[in-house]
Design a protein around this ligand. Structure first.
Ligand SMILES: Nc1nc2c(ncn2[C@@H]2O[C@H](COP(=O)(O)OP(=O)(O)OP(=O)(O)O)[C@@H](O)[C@H]2O)c(=O)[nH]1
Length: 305
C-alpha cells in the first residue's frame, strides 16, 4: 500500500533539510522540509515569490546560473555557498541561527514541467559546522602553537608567490630574520616556561610594529622572520631598527626578574635580480644575522649581495 497525497506531503515536510522547487522564471513553486530552527529558518512563506523579489540581483542571478547548469548537465549539480537570513527578504523575522549559514546545494532537474515551466529541485543542507572545523584545522596547520604566529607553511607559500611576482614585475620584497640574544641564559636561569613566555611576548611586541600585509612567522626555535611585501631594503632597515628599539625597551620591562636587557639581533635582505630561487633571500638574511651577532648583538645588519 503506498502513501496517500496527504501522507506524501507530511513526508516532504518532515525532511530535515530545506527542499525548494524552483522554475525557470525564478519562481519558488514549492518549499518543503527543515522544521528545526536550530539549523534553518522556515522558507515556507517564499512559495509563489520570485528569486529576484527576495534575493539581491547578483545572488538571484547566481541561483539561476546553477539551475541552468543542472539542465545543461541533465543531472545533479553540487555547490557550496554561504547565505544568511538577512540576505533573504521575508526570512529575517523567522526563528533560526544567527549569522551566515554555509550550505551544500544539491540541484537536480525536475523530470516534469511545473505549470508549463522547466524546474529544478534544490536541496540545501547546512554544512556550517564542517566549514568551521575546516577553518580551524587550516588555521592550526598554519600556526605555531606556542606564539600563535605563522609557521613555515604560510611563510614559504608567501615567499614563493612574492618571488614569482618579483621575477615577473620586479615588485620588491624584503625580509628580516631575527633571533633573541643569549636566550639560553634565560631558559637556564628561569626555566623553559618563562622562556616560552618571553617568546610569546616578543611576538606580541613585534606584531604591533608591523603592517597588516607584513607576515611574522616562527622559523624555528628562537628565530623569527618578517616578510615585507612591496618594501625595499632602505625601508626594511628602518623597520628592523624600530623593532630592535621597541623590543629593547619593552621586552625587558615585561620580565623585571631578569636584570639584564632582553634583546634581538636582526639580519635584513631583499630580492635581487640575480636570485635563482627565494631561498637566496633567506641565505642573505642569515649571513646578515650572523654578522649582527658577531658584531656584539642587539643590532641590525644588512646583506646586499
Ligand atoms: N623556552 C623555549 N626555549 C626555546 C624554544 N626553542 C628554542 N629554545 C631555546 O633557545 C636557546 C637557543 O640557544 P642558542 O642557540 O645557544 O642561542 P642563544 O643563547 O640565544 O645565543 P645567541 O643566539 O648566540 O645570542 C636554547 O636554550 C633552546 O633551548 C622554545 O620553544 N621555548
Amino acid at each position: 500500500m503506498s502513501l496517500n497525497p496527504e501522507q506524501m506531503l507530511a513526508v516532504l515536510n518532515a525532511l530535515p533539510d530545506p527542499v525548494f522547487v524552483l522554475t525557470e522564471t525564478g519562481r519558488y513553486a514549492g518549499v518543503y522540509g527543515h522544521a528545526d530552527p536550530n539549523y534553518y529558518h522556515s522558507g515556507h512563506d517564499l512559495v509563489g515569490a520570485y528569486l529576484a523579489d527576495v534575493l539581491s540581483a547578483d545572488v538571484a542571478e547566481w541561483v539561476m546560473q546553477h539551475m541552468q547548469l543542472a539542465w545543461d548537465k541533465g543531472g545533479l549539480v553540487k555547490v557550496e555557498y554561504p547565505l544568511s537570513a538577512a540576505q533573504v527578504k521575508g526570512l529575517e523575522s523567522q526563528a533560526g541561527p544567527d549569522g551566515v549559514i554555509w550550505f551544500e546545494g544539491h540541484i537536480q532537474p525536475f523530470p516534469r514541467r511545473v505549470e508549463g515551466e522547466r524546474a529544478v529541485i534544490w536541496v540545501a543542507r547546512s554544512i556550517t559546522r564542517r566549514k568551521l572545523l575546516e577553518k580551524e584545522l587550516l588555521e592550526a596547520s598554519q600556526t605555531d602553537p606556542l606564539t600563535r604566529v605563522a609557521n613555515r607553511r604560510p611563510l614559504f607559500d608567501l615567499l614563493q608567490s612574492r618571488f614569482s611576482e618579483f621575477q615577473r614585475y620586479h615588485h620588491p620584497t624584503s625580509l628580516i630574520l631575527f633571533d633573541l640574544d643569549h636566550f639560553k641564559q634565560v631558559n637556564d636561569r628561569f626555566g623553559h616556561l618563562m622562556g616560552d613566555q618571553v617568546l610569546t611576548t616578543l611576538c606580541d611586541i613585534c606584531q604591533q610594529t608591523l603592517r597588516d600585509n607584513d607576515l611574522l612567522a616562527r622559523f624555528g626555535g628562537e628565530e623569527f622572520i618578517v616578510v615585507l611585501p612591496n618594501t625595499v631594503m632602505e625601508q626594511a632597515l628602518h623597520l628592523a631598527e624600530r623593532m630592535r628599539e621597541v623590543v629593547f625597551r619593552e621586552l625587558s620591562a615585561c620580565f623585571p626578574q631578569y636584570e639584564r636587557a632582553i634583546t634581538i639581533s636582526l639580519g635584513v635582505s631583499e630580492f635581487l635580480i640575480s636570485d635563482p630561487q627565494f631561498e637566496s633571500l633567506l641565505q642573505r638574511a642569515d649571513t646578515a644575522l650572523y654578522q649582527a651577532k658577531h658584531a656584539g648583538r642587539n643590532r641590525v645588519k644588512a646583506c646586499l649581495q
